[in-house]
Design a protein around this ligand. Structure first.
Ligand SMILES: Cc1cc2nc3c(=O)[nH]c(=O)nc-3n(C[C@H](O)[C@H](O)[C@H](O)COP(=O)(O)OP(=O)(O)OC[C@H]3O[C@@H](n4cnc5c(N)ncnc54)[C@H](O)[C@@H]3O)c2cc1C
Ligand code: FES
Length: 278
């Protein structure tokens, strides 16, 4: 079940600008959502006026400021929905519905390792900023430190990297991997995760979002290292509230979970990754 009742509103667009190649950050005036959104939750956006697709699309909340009433989302232009978003300008309005879904719940006392692949970075930026805003880490070495929060980011190439500055501003030690080696180490971001877990004796929790193959690898690595992981999944969505069963994923215990209503955040061990691959 969603942790809060969602609100539907026509939000004024405050900004919509390119922040990396093909990636846009949109700011919306949505006080009823900004006051309740938590890291991991998402909103449904539907560019109206016949300019976009019939069905709304889900976007993770990148940031939410209860004081100003502003929420931000970050999207990569890949298809009909995101092309319609890209065409919108400040001053126009956009139907928004949210916040939807459950949230990341890492214990404040653990070392937190964030793993973001591609456009999976937004909920991790929100999580990092919430942790910074929260109480000092009990049991840590004198409160939050860069070692207490590590962000591992992966992208195909340097031009697609997003969220690095915001993660660093939240106190994260940021490490990067790119497929072509144009930034950070060459290879998959999961290689950085293996290094982090191998070199650490602290109790750690991993929170991740990105493409399914990356999440499956994160779940496998964490299981091998006996580290708990919370993974935000993406699936095609129609209703966003658990009614259409269009977003189901197989559970390790049998049966199916709805990404929109039972997730999007799942314990890595709760998903049957082999069945999901088929
Ligand atoms: C809970 C949740 C949170 C999400 N958060 C975000 C977010 O923060 N930012 C974001 O950009 N998207 C996010 N998505 C994905 C988003 O809902 C859309 O699916 C995506 O933006 C594509 O919509 P579209 O209409 O432009 O493309 P469509 O017309 O639906 O698809 C066009 C083509 O692009 C492919 N495609 C879809 N997504 C991607 C992708 N990410 N990269 C490359 N190819 C893709 C499709 O398979 C298809 O072939 C999220 C999805 C879920 C379920
Ligand atoms: S999108 Fe309809 S059940 Fe999840």
């Amino acid at each position: 079940m969603p942790t809060t009742e969602p609100t539907q509103l026509d939000a004024a667009i405050l900004a919509n600008r390119e922040v990396a190649r093909e990636h846009y950050r949109m700011a919306l005036d949505a006080p009823a959502i900004a006051s309740r959104a938590r890291p991991g939750q998402f909103v449904m956006l539907r560019p109206g006026g016949g300019a976009g697709p019939l069905l709304p699309r889900a976007y993770s909340v990148y940031s939410a400021d209860p004081e100003s009433g502003r929420i931000d989302v970050l999207y990569r232009v890949v298809g009909a929905g995101t092309r319609a978003l890209q065409r919108l300008h400040p001053g126009e309005t956009l139907p928004v519905w949210g916040p939807l879904g459950n949230t990341f719940t890492p214990p404040a006392s653990s070392r937190l390792i964030l793993v973001g692949g591609g456009v999976g970075v937004p909920p991790l930026v929100f999580l990092a900023s919430s942790r910074k805003a929260g109480p000092p880490i009990i049991g840590g070495l004198g409160g939050p430190s860069s070692r207490a929060l590590t962000a591992l980011l992966g992208a195909a190439t340097a031009a697609y990297l997003v969220g690095m500055q915001d993660l660093a501003s939240s106190g994260a030690e940021v490490r990067v991997a790119t497929d072509d080696g144009s930034a950070g180490v060459r290879g998959f971001v999961t290689r950085l995760l293996e290094e982090e877990l191998a070199g650490s004796s602290e109790e750690a929790v991993v929170c991740a979002c990105g493409p399914l193959p990356m999440l499956a690898a994160v779940a496998r690595i964490c299981a091998g290292a006996e580290v708990s992981c919370q993974l935000a999944l993406e699936a095609p969505m129609a209703c966003g509230v658990g009614a259409c069963l269009g977003c189901t994923v197989p559970r390790a215990a049998g049966g199916f979970a709805r990404v929109c209503a039972d997730g999007p955040v799942f314990d890595g061990a709760a998903i049957d990754w082999e069945a999901l691959r088929e």
